[in-house]
Design a protein around this ligand. Structure first.
Ligand SMILES: [Zn+2]
Ligand SMILES: [Zn+2]
Length: 94
């Protein structure tokens, strides 16, 4: 009696999924709650380059803490990046 639920919604416009890795490993399902988030430094204002293109070179890491239904806690830190490739691709002027 396998119940086939073949719902595959296109989620291209959703923010990235957050799934508890511990529950995933154990084959469990859980809801994940954001416990809190913190910025390491002050806000960095975006700027416009010589061609008028908007850049956001924000070196701050945002740490977000999560907790799932089954009591697992973890945190992730994410760095913002710019369309120009910053910070991986440093501006090279030669
Ligand atoms: Zn979990
Ligand atoms: Zn940039």
């Amino acid at each position: 009696m396998a119940v086939g639920s073949g719902t595959q919604a296109a989620e291209s416009e959703r923010p990235k999924a957050v799934i508890c890795k511990e529950c995933q490993k154990a084959g469990l399902q859980s809801r994940v709650f954001v416990v809190g988030s913190s910025m390491t430094l002050a806000y960095t204002a975006p700027f416009y380059d010589e061609k008028g293109n908007r850049h956001v070179h924000d070196p701050n890491a945002t740490a977000t803490s999560y907790r799932c239904d089954n009591g697992h806690e973890w945190s992730e830190s994410s760095r913002s990046s710019c369309w120009c490739g910053w910070p991986e691709k440093k501006e090279s002027k030669s």
